[in-house]
Structures are given as structure tokens and as C-alpha cells.
Design a protein around this ligand. Structure first.
Ligand code: NAG
Ligand code: NAG
Ligand code: ZN
Length: 495
């Protein structure tokens, strides 16, 4: 009898059992997909619009439903009171409670915490939806409904991933926690304070945070490793003590609007170059590896152009486009308050006008520095106009960007899980927008974060006809199952 030979047999037997469990889990998901779609239908039916105070009872119900689903799975669940919000009219309104849940507390295992939200953007069929937004409707493999992709299906997919392990009595490879909020679409009111308050309790044993609140860039699965921040400014120019008639006074007064347009025009050149001194210098240089990575990403420029309805973009090659969407700052001018904006041709000279513009921020810019650079610059260009009007510049939001290391074991685990489920390597992508919660998690808990999206590139988040494809929903559930296993392979000392 050869012991070594026997040893080999034992070893291969172990491997076979492991692979078999994954296959079993996948089969379980496939055979339960109708239930998963029904669960999504039930969730989409709740009009959990966090921006509409009249829908607040629905939002409370949504949080309770989420908690109940997790309770029925045997999780230890809490509905955490995060207080009230103040409305513009001075009234107060209870914020939706935050749901926290925990499955398993084995100190020998890693603990992941999954963040998601179950509130949605507003939606009415009159906005141009082809189907009732709160009645999940399947057409050609797509599940249409408000909140389907952002963020109800991804939250459910995570829950179903845990449920599949439980149903087959396969031990969860990691401890799993959930934190699910109901105010994401209106700025996560109350969440930062809650995270801070629970830093040494709920978050104390968390090793990794997973966010699945974004989408792929193409049909190829993706891992997201960065988001841009945002510095939002008001620039107010004040002149005469009241609005004036341009026939009566025009030509004699120095008009606030002309001053304002003049200084706004000095922020960015027609070719997209930011003209505010110091900003471009602060941006982290594009490395060769980054360039190479962008080069390999699947991205259809023609499709992107037709989706937004333009014939020409700021850049014509893929690397420049992606880089300027994700890793370079930009200035956008959003509007002017106090301007005469009703239809018609009223001949007013507005006495006071306020421009709103923002700068999407990237590493290594610093919001406090951006505030100073923008304020100093606008005052200096305004001074050159020698105008008697008054300029006031304020920064009202200073959200920092977030960037993860794509070599981190969390991302390596993601690459393996994607390969296992989809048999392709994922694109490593960034978001041009801001997901402030990622930064809060990083700053407060100091844990490593991964964004693991399952939404499609064309899901129409925040717009009409939002959808989640059945394929992404079901394969995404498998991805989460594979990911939990893969994370358990990271040695605790490795991080
Ligand atoms: C954790 O691992 C140690 C060492 O392998 C073992 O002695 C202990 O029983 C384990 N604890 C639990 C809760 O499984
Ligand atoms: C949802 O749409 C389906 C198909 O059009 C319809 O049969 C059903 O009654 C609708 N449900 C609700 C709750 O409106
Ligand atoms: Zn979202």
C-alpha cells in the first residue's frame, strides 16, 4: 500500500467535494430564480421614494420588510433609529431606520459587511415610462421597475446568496453583516453619524466592506476601484438694490449677470482645460500601467455617443475619454439663480445672480485647497473687471474622492470570483460620480472596501425605464456566492 498514493487520493477528494458544493449552490440559484424575481417584484412594488415626504410611510414599510426577510433567515437583526430630518418648512420627519443584520460570528472567520440601500428615485408613468414603474415587468429578459437595479436587486442578490448557503446547509465561509439604509438617494441623511456611533460596536469585527451600488461599463463584468469627489460652489454677484428695466437703465449700470458670465467663462477652456491655477498640478499623473489598463477596457464610444445624443465628444480616443470621465477633474456649470428664466422676452436686468458650478475631484486634490484656489482665482479675475458689484464665493459641498488598490486581496478575490462565474476577467473601472458613503466607511472604520457591481451598463439608473436584466440578477447572485468563498481564502494576516 503506497501512503503517498493514498494521500493524493484524499487530497483530490477534498477538492472534488469543494467544487461540488459550488455547483450545488449554482444549481440551487438556477432552480430558484422565479422566487428571486417574485421577491424583487414585491420590493419594487413598494414606492420607497426617499425624496417624497408623502411616501415616507412606504419607506418605513420597506425597511421593515427588509428587516423581516433577514429575520426569517435567522439573522440577528436590528432596526437602528437614526433620528429625524428637518424639512424646509421647519417641520421634522422621522428618518427611515437603518437595518443591520448579522449571520455568523465565528472569530476564526473573516467578517464582511455588505452595504446597500432600498430607497429609490422618484418615478411616475407620465415621466415617459413604457411600463408602470412600481409594477415589475419583464420584457425580453429585462426586469423593468424603479429601483430594480439601483439598488433593490443587488441587495436581494446578496440576501439570496446567504440564503442559498443556508438552504443547502453549506457553512458560510465568512461571517456576513448587512447595513441597509433608506436615504441614499437624498444624501444618506443620518448615516454618517450612525456609522461613527457604531464604529466600536457593529463595525469592530468587520474586516471588509462590500458595496454593490453601481454598474458595469459594458457587457463585461467589472470591479470598481474609484469614484470622483465633488466640490460644489455658489458664486453670487450683487449690484443694484433691485431689478432694473434694460430700456430705462441699460447702458448706464454695470450688470451683475455680465460680470458673472464673464468670470464663469474663465473656469474652463473650450477644449476642457481647467484654468484655475493649481488644480491640474494637484492631479495624480496617469501611470503607464493605468494607461495600459484603460487600453484593455471594453468600451463602445459610438454607443456612448448615441446614448447621450451627441455627434462629438471632448476626446476621440478611448483612453482619454475614460481617463477624463474617471481620473481627471472637470468643471460643470449647473445653473444661475436669480436669472430671468421663464419663457418669453422680459427685458429685466437682474440685480443679484448666483451661479452654481461644481468640480469633480480626484486624487490628489484636497477640497480645502480647491476651495481656496477657486475663491482666490474668481476674486482675481473679477478684480480685473473693475466692477463696483460685489462677488461672494462659497463652497457648499466638499466630498472627497475614493480610490482602492486593485492589487488588494479583496480585488484579487473579485477577479477569481468573476472568472469562475463568467469565465472572463473583469474590467477594472472607476465611477465618474461620487459615492460619499465609500469615503465615510474608509475614513471612519479604516476597513478595506470593494465595489462589486452587478448592474448592467444600460440599466437607466435614476431615469425612465430603469431595469435589471434577469441574467445580471441571477448570475450576480452566483457571483456573490463565489465571492464569499473567495474572500474566505484571504488570510487574515494578509491585510
Ligand atoms: C478557532 O480556531 C482555533 C485553532 O484552530 C480552535 O482551537 C478554536 O476552537 C476555533 N474557534 C472556533 C469558535 O471555532
Ligand atoms: C402589473 O402589470 C400586470 C401586467 O400588465 C397586470 O396584470 C397587473 O395587474 C399589474 N399589477 C398591479 C399591482 O398593478
Ligand atoms: Zn444607488
Amino acid at each position: 500500500m503506497c501512503l503517498l498514493y493514498q494521500g493524493k487520493i484524499i487530497l483530490s477528494a477534498v477538492i472534488i467535494i469543494h467544487a461540488f458544493q459550488y455547483e450545488e449552490l449554482v444549481q440551487y440559484v438556477d432552480s430558484h430564480q422565479e422566487e428571486y424575481v417574485e421577491a424583487l417584484r414585491d420590493w419594487v412594488a413598494i414606492e420607497s421614494d426617499s425624496s417624497d415626504v408623502l411616501k415616507r410611510p412606504d419607506l418605513h414599510r420597506m425597511m421593515e420588510m427588509t428587516a423581516q426577510k433577514l429575520r426569517l433567515m435567522g439573522g440577528s437583526v436590528e432596526l437602528v433609529d437614526i433620528g429625524e430630518q428637518e424639512l424646509p418648512d421647519g417641520q421634522t420627519l422621522a428618518l427611515p431606520k437603518v437595518v443591520t443584520a448579522q449571520f455568523g460570528n465565528d472569530p476564526n472567520k473573516s467578517t464582511v459587511c455588505i452595504y446597500g440601500h432600498v430607497d429609490v428615485q422618484p418615478a411616475k408613468i407620465e415621466d415617459g415610462w413604457a411600463t408602470e414603474p412600481y409594477n415589475l415587468t419583464e420584457i425580453d429578459g429585462n426586469l423593468y421597475g424603479r429601483g430594480a437595479s439601483d439598488n433593490k436587486a443587488p441587495v436581494l442578490a446578496w440576501i439570496h446568496a446567504v440564503e442559498a448557503y443556508q438552504a443547502l446547509s453549506v457553512e458560510l465561509p465568512v461571517n456576513v453583516k448587512f447595513i441597509i439604509e433608506g436615504m441614499e438617494e437624498t444624501g444618506s441623511n443620518g448615516l454618517d453619524a450612525m456609522i461613527l456611533a457604531q464604529r466600536d460596536t457593529f463595525f469592530s469585527d468587520v474586516d471588509y466592506i462590500i458595496i454593490s451600488d453601481c454598474g458595469w461599463l459594458s457587457r463585461r463584468p467589472a470591479l470598481t476601484y474609484g469614484t470622483r469627489g465633488n466640490c460644489y460652489f455658489f458664486a453670487e454677484v450683487e449690484g443694484p438694490k433691485q431689478d432694473l428695466h434694460s430700456g430705462v437703465y441699460g447702458g448706464t449700470v454695470i450688470e451683475p449677470m455680465t460680470d458673472l458670465i464673464g468670470i464663469l467663462d474663465t473656469l474652463i477652456s473650450p477644449s476642457g482645460k481647467i484654468l484655475i491655477p493649481g488644480i491640474r498640478e494637484a492631479v495624480a499623473p496617469l501611470s503607464d500601467e493605468e494607461w495600459k489598463m484603460y487600453q484593455d477596457i471594453e468600451f463602445d464610444i459610438e454607443n456612448y455617443k448615441s446614448k447621450i445624443g451627441v455627434s462629438q465628444l471632448m476626446y476621440s480616443n478611448k483612453v482619454d475619454l475614460l481617463a477624463h470621465r474617471w481620473r481627471y477633474p472637470t468643471v460643470s456649470i449647473h445653473g444661475i439663480e436669480g436669472a430671468f428664466s421663464a419663457p418669453g422676452s422680459k427685458t429685466v436686468i437682474p440685480a443679484k445672480v448666483t451661479a452654481k458650478f461644481s468640480i469633480r475631484q480626484v486624487p490628489n486634490m484636497d477640497p480645502a485647497m480647491v476651495k481656496k484656489q477657486v475663491t482666490d482665482y474668481l476674486h482675481s479675475v473679477f478684480a480685473k473687471r473693475k466692477s463696483p458689484n460685489k462677488l461672494k464665493v462659497t463652497m457648499i459641498i466638499g466630498a472627497k474622492p475614493w480610490l482602492a488598490d486593485t492589487q488588494h486581496p479583496l480585488y484579487e478575490a473579485g477577479k477569481v470570483a468573476v472568472k469562475r462565474v463568467f469565465d472572463v476577467d473583469p474590467d477594472l473601472i472607476r465611477e465618474g460620480g461620487t459615492i460619499p458613503i465609500a469615503r465615510t466607511f474608509q475614513d471612519v472604520t479604516e476597513k478595506s472596501i470593494i465595489m462589486l457591481p452587478i448592474g448592467g451598463f444600460d440599466d437607466g439608473l435614476h431615469s425612465q425605464n430603469e431595469k435589471m436584466s434577469r441574467y445580471n440578477y441571477i448570475e450576480g447572485t452566483k457571483l456573490f456566492i463565489a465571492y464569499l468563498h473567495q474572500v474566505s481564502q484571504i488570510k487574515k494576516t494578509q491585510v
